[in-house]
Write a protein that binds this ligand. Structure first.
Ligand code: ADP
Ligand code: MG
Length: 730
């Protein structure tokens, strides 16, 4: 695209969106959660006894009766109407992407020919969206499309513009989960209960454990005008073609660099709106790639944190448009530069104030620390293939293993201090570690754990699951994903490991072993068992791939094959025994993953084929004709010999263009054919595999030639904004 046209596109988009400086008089502490019906609002708008009941429902999961629900709805309505709200919706997280909502007005006939505003407990608690078009993986046939959504009181109701948003789970009439939230809540219950029981070995004041999640959302911004001129970005979220920009991230000048003014206005606006919705935004910075940024809030309870992440993703898209940008959440919008992830920082904390993954001050506390670290590793080790299955998608597949993101092998980095500690524990014998001296005084000869394990210096960016001082950071999650998918697996795997741990400890205790001694012995056993998952080296190297295979870790590279991990016997056993997902639900989910994968590649292949045939080939040919024309005309003024000499370079270009366009045309034909063959396959697994093996690689091989043409064809003619134009916001 010509530089002038590019300039015009950006300017046009700009004119419609004048640079707005977001500003307000009040402070975040004053407007935080302004649009959230949190406890403070409940106390204000609900009768005292109803407020008490609601707290009990939220804290202890007691059942909400319809009479109370009616009273809650009444208070909510009053609060919402003061904010100008006219509609309400159940807000849920179907197995597609993003969130879903169906708005209902507050209006009802008043039986006198007029209308009243009405919002009952029943519409707060349950709705029946006609759910036939949400994926159910065959659980719900279309003729009985009934699914229902049910309020999740643990996540507060909030207001977006004129609508009261009610976070809900989404379930089929036969009780199977059709969303992410229902199994997420079950997985949280499983892991927090198991963790509370284990925590009580060490403390007698633990009643409840919480699972925490702090996500870091990466994203790209592009100018809206340029985005509109890229059909591939518009339809697939990524550029299917485009040559590297001469300058991209090689100078490392974008990471933590100063934020462009327009972007900083966007960020400020976004943060203010997010804070009003109760999302505790904390950190913002430039990321490694040009035009790439990150936003991270303070960590929260996992269920709430997931809701907040879903909310921020839609808010980002909306606010970006207000500022003349488009926000790209795709894991790999641009080839050749870093993609976007969503690091999920995860930990467990007890209600006595102890972070269970953080080192403590006493030997007992350090044994608690090691127990939780090792049992987390046990879960991750046992289900490493499944964890990979939980984060893989057609889009995230572009990012994993691409020398920028975690490799497509799950391993855990612990850092030198923790590694030394585990080695010491593994190698020492029982007696030196565990001395019962005197009556009750016991000393655990565990080397002193320095408090500053939080040391950032020995961080290993190549590790997909790294210990970072008081939590684990799961870095393989994709930027566009619902992080619940990963957390359902992580929570459940750790729940299973903790239950198994407790069973073995209790058995030893029942046989008369001292509890602490029993714990040390089981932990020592487990340190040995889960050793293969522990890797301190560089995960980007080929030698690690070989080593990982030797260690028996999952090294599968193909996305469709990774999904099948959900159906592995040990996965089904884990999910069922922990009460998180049934075999039928797992089958349905796997089908949906496969289907979604296929559809994504299918759409990419179609758009790519179209672009090649009606954008690229025509301009390449036109430019080639111009060159041919020039070659002809040279003979008008020069002697044939001279003309040939002077046209040598153009003739070379004419040939190159022919080579590339021939390759493209032929292979687009093959691409169409490969799609046809794949589409005829009825089995979802086989179909996804065909798309992975036969369709996706063709796109890549054709792209190479398109990108070469981009370097040859007159810039004036090139129909698409180029990387160098899209990647640098002024
Ligand atoms: P970095 O980029 O260095 O990894 P950030 O500060 O960007 O770190 O993000 C770290 C995230 O981890 C934040 O959301 C933070 O609140 C969260 N976090 C910090 N401590 C914990 C913890 N114990 N459990 C879960 N999340 C945590
Ligand atoms: Mg991080």
């Amino acid at each position: 695209m010509s530089a002038i046209l590019r300039f015009k596109l950006v300017e046009e988009a700009f004119k419609k969106k004048p640079l707005e400086i977001p500003n307000r008089e009040d402070r975040p502490s004053e407007f935080f959660a302004k649009y959230v019906f949190n406890r403070q609002k409940m106390a204000e708008y609900l009768p005292a006894d109803v407020y008490e009941k609601m707290c009990d429902v939220i804290d202890n999961g007691t059942k909400l009766d319809l009479e109370t629900a009616d009273k809650v709805a009444e208070g909510m309505k009053r609060w919402a109407m003061e904010l100008g709200v006219t509609h309400c919706t159940h807000w849920f997280q179907p197995l597609t992407e993003g969130t879903a909502e169906k708005h209902d007005g507050f209006v009802e006939h008043d039986q006198k020919g007029g209308m009243v505003e009405e919002f009952t407990g029943k519409s707060l608690v349950q709705q029946e969206p006609d759910a036939s078009s949400f994926p159910s993986g065959g659980i719900r046939s279309t003729f009985e499309a009934r699914g229902y959504s049910a309020w999740d009181p643990a996540s507060p109701v909030f207001v977006v513009s004129d609508t009261l948003m009610i976070p809900t789970v989404f379930i089929s009439y036969t009780g199977e989960a059709l969303d992410y939230k229902a199994p997420l809540k079950k997985s949280i219950k499983a892991v927090t209960q198991a963790a509370a029981e284990v925590a009580r070995y060490f403390y007698n004041d633990v009643n409840r454990v919480t699972s925490n999640l702090g996500w870091e959302q990466e994203y790209f911004l592009v100018d809206e005008g340029l985005y509109a001129a890229r059909p591939d970005l518009l339809m697939t979220g990524r550029t299917l073609m485009g040559h590297d920009s001469a300058k991209n991230q090689q100078m490392d000048d974008h990471y933590f660099g100063s934020i462009p003014l327009r972007v900083s206005y966007f960020m400020k606006d976004l943060e203010m709106q997010a804070l009003e919705l109760g999302i505790p935004c904390k950190t913002r910075h430039n990321e490694v790639a040009p035009n790439q940024f990150e936003l991270a809030p303070i960590f929260e309870e996992t269920n709430l944190a997931v809701d907040h992440n879903m909310l921020i993703m839609s808010l980002m898209k909306r606010v970006a448009r207000k500022h003349g940008f488009r926000c790209l959440l795709h894991e790999k919008p641009f080839a050749g530069i870093n993609g976007s992830g969503k690091h999920c920082n995860w930990s467990l904390s007890a209600d006595n104030g102890v972070l269970l993954h953080a080192p403590g001050k006493t030997p007992i506390e350090n044994l608690r620390f090691i127990t939780f670290i090792v049992e987390t590793l046990m879960g991750v080790y046992k289900h490493n293939g499944l964890l990979k299955g939980s984060i893989i998608s057609a889009t995230n597949a572009h990012r994993l293993g691409a020398n920028e993101a975690p490799p497509a092998i799950i391993s855990s980095f612990l850092g030198k201090q923790l590694t030394d500690l585990l080695t010491a524990l593994e190698e020492s014998d029982d007696d030196s570690l565990f001395n019962l001296s005197g009556k009750k005084a016991l000393t655990l000869d565990i080397p002193q754990v320095p408090e500053l394990l939080l040391d950032n210096t020995d961080r290993n960016r190549t590790s997909p699951f790294a210990f970072t001082g008081n939590r684990f950071e799961f870095r393989a999650v994709g930027s566009s994903a619902n992080c619940a998918a990963a957390l359902i697996v992580l929570n459940t795997a750790v729940a299973e490991a903790l239950c198994d741990f407790k069973q073995r400890v209790d058995q030893l205790v029942a046989q008369g072993t001292n509890p602490m001694k029993a714990i040390v012995s089981v932990v020592r056993q487990d340190i040995k068992t889960c050793k293969p998952i522990h890797f301190e080296g560089n995960g980007y190297t080929d030698s690690w791939k070989e080593e990982a295979q030797r260690r028996g870790l999952d090294v599968e590279q193909s996305a469709p094959m990774m999904f099948l991990q959900y159906l592995a016997p040990e996965s089904i056993k884990m999910f069922e025994s922990m009460g998180v997902l049934s075999e039928a639900e797992l089958k349905a989910r796997t089908d949906i993953k496969l289907e979604t994968y296929t559809k994504k590649i299918q759409i990419e292949a179609r758009i790519f084929g179209d672009l090649c045939l009606n954008h690229i080939i025509p301009v390449a040919t036109r430019y080639q004709s111009q060159l041919i024309d020039n070659v002809h005309k040279m003979t008008d003024i020069f002697s044939p010999e001279e003309a040939r000499q002077l046209s040598a370079n153009n003739i070379k270009l004419i040939r190159q263009i022919s080579d590339h366009t021939t390759f493209i045309t032929e292979h687009v034909d093959q691409l169409i054919n490969a799609r046809r063959v794949a589409n005829r396959i009825t089995d979802e697994t086989e179909k996804a595999i065909a798309y992975h093996d036969n369709v996706a690689p063709l796109i890549e091989s054709i792209r190479y030639h398109v990108d070469k043409l981009e370097l040859i064809v007159d810039d004036e003619l090139w129909p698409l904004p180029k990387y160098r134009e899209m990647l640098f916001i002024r």
